[in-house]
Design a protein around this ligand. Structure first.
Ligand SMILES: Cc1cc2nc3c(=O)[nH]c(=O)nc-3n(C[C@H](O)[C@H](O)[C@H](O)COP(=O)(O)O)c2cc1C
Ligand code: SF4
Length: 412
């Protein structure tokens, strides 16, 4: 059976999450000395060469994002590092165990990012439901400050940097980076129009790096072990590890950190196989804004490129498994309800479109319209929304709809 490989979850079986001494004893914060011996541009080059890509869903190359942020405004004295800990994508539960089991790893990653882009201030934007994670992070921040890993001239370096926690109210849309910035500034969670991107004009108009929790926890390992080491993990174009969160009709749902390129079949094996031995029917990859696949995809390596080539998505690493007895009509209904509920209503295609999708879907199998006509209408509507919606939420229903129709059109 395939073995887990820990980077984000390194030493989580050994260290106590509320003990900075445990973390330090197992090599924690050791990357900082090496970090401060390198100029930021050299660290950014290393990140670019490592091939690390964002783990929050979009898979954007992390080194490139930092380069943009670093170079965007030469005269700006204030820059921000923001950790996106909103974790709102359905079926995704990977950032929470990182923060609850390894909070110092996240803080160390944020210090590295701050050095790279020249930030003096960081924020962890975390949903208020994550109470335990928030409490552990608060303690970890206080302990890190006391030991001199945060604050003025960290370890005698030129970096002065501190981190604050900001609580979100659980809106899915506030996980989108520009909406997150609005919320962090104390405004209503409406998305901003991009460009400008956060790298150029982010929090309070300053250059801002927004990264997911999991992404940031990979930085210490890259500094300690090198970019070539990181590149040797995973697949040719998707390096490193990924935490997959597996839910649904399997024996032991859970989260597993594995090298990129693991297959769906291997993931199901890791969870003890299909529950009650009822055969596999489909998996939804990447959450509600993800794609359905059928059994023809069971042996495909799961990485950014290969899945994209096959018309699927890796997204945040959420994998929902459904067996043959599941009702796809009901599953699609709850996905469409979710988008309707989370739409902020700012633009018409999404505000009206998400409601229309729900209404049409409810009419399926009720006369006079035929199932096929309604599904075709929904597909056309979601494609229209993809082209015209202001932000990615309105562009998302097309993903589960089109992919599900590809395999199971007469069951929607
Ligand atoms: C509707 C929506 C919700 C999102 N929710 C999250 C989230 O909860 N956590 C997250 O890290 N990224 C989320 N994202 C992606 C962020 O906009 C952004 O790409 C990410 O935080 C960048 O970090 P990364 O480069 O490390 O992946 C969401 C995007 C959209 C469109
Ligand atoms: S696409 Fe939806 S969520 Fe995004 S701005 Fe428009 S109404 Fe709001």
């Amino acid at each position: 059976m395939i073995k887990e490989k820990y980077i984000a979850l390194e030493n989580t079986d050994t260290i106590r999450p509320d003990s900075i001494d445990d973390y330090i004893e197992y090599g924690g914060y050791s990357s900082l000395e090496k970090l401060f011996s390198m100029p930021p541009s050299e660290v950014i080059d290393k990140m670019q060469n490592s091939g690390l890509r964002g783990r929050g869903g979009a898979g954007f190359p992390t080194g490139m994002k930092k380069k943009f942020t670093y170079e965007s405004c030469e005269t700006c004295e204030q820059r921000y590092v923001i950790c996106n800990a909103d974790e709102g994508e359905p079926g995704t539960f990977k950032d929470r165990p990182i923060m609850e089991r390894n909070p110092h790893k996240l803080i160390e990653g944020m210090i590295i990012a701050a050095w790279e882009i020249g930030a003096t201030k960081g924020f962890i934007y975390i949903r208020a439901e994550y109470y335990t994670a928030t409490k552990l992070l608060e303690k970890a921040l206080a302990d890190a400050r006391e030991k001199g890993f945060l604050g003025k001239n960290i370890l005698g370096s030129a970096l002065s940097f501190d981190i604050e926690i900001s609580l979100g109210a659980g809106s899915y849309l506030c996980g989108e980076e520009l909406t997150l910035l609005e919320s962090l500034e104390g405004k209503r969670g409406y998305p901003r129009i991009k460009p400008p991107f956060p790298a150029e004009k982010g929090l309070f108009g300053k250059p801002t790096l927004v990264n997911n929790v999991e992404t940031l926890t990979h930085l210490p390992a890259i500094i300690n072990n090198g970019d070539e080491w990181y590149k040797s993990l995973g697949t040719e174009k998707s390096s490193g590890t990924k935490i997959f969160t597996i839910s649904g009709d399997v024996n032991e749902p859970g989260y597993f950190e594995l090298e990129m390129g693991v297959t769906l079949r291997e993931l199901i094996e890791l969870t003890g196989g299909m529950k009650d031995n009822i055969p596999f029917k489909t998996a939804l990859l990447g959450g509600a804004a993800g794609t359905f696949v059928d059994s023809s995809m069971l042996d495909e390596p799961m990485d950014f490129e290969n899945l994209q080539e096959k018309g699927a998505t890796l997204g945040s690493g959420a994998v929902m498994i459904f067996n043959e007895q599941q009702d796809l009509h009901a599953i699609m209904g709850s996905i469409l309800e979710f988008f309707k509920h989370e739409s902020c209503g700012k633009c018409v295609p999404c505000r009206v479109g998400t409601s229309m999708l729900v209404d049409w879907h409810r009419q399926i199998n009720k006369k006079p319209l035929q199932q096929e006509d309604l599904v075709d209408r929904m597909l056309a509507q979601s494609r229209f929304m993809e082209k015209t919606s202001l932000c990615f939420l309105g562009k998302s229903p097309v993903m589960p709809l089109v992919s599900a129709a590809k395999y199971f059109k007469n069951e929607l």
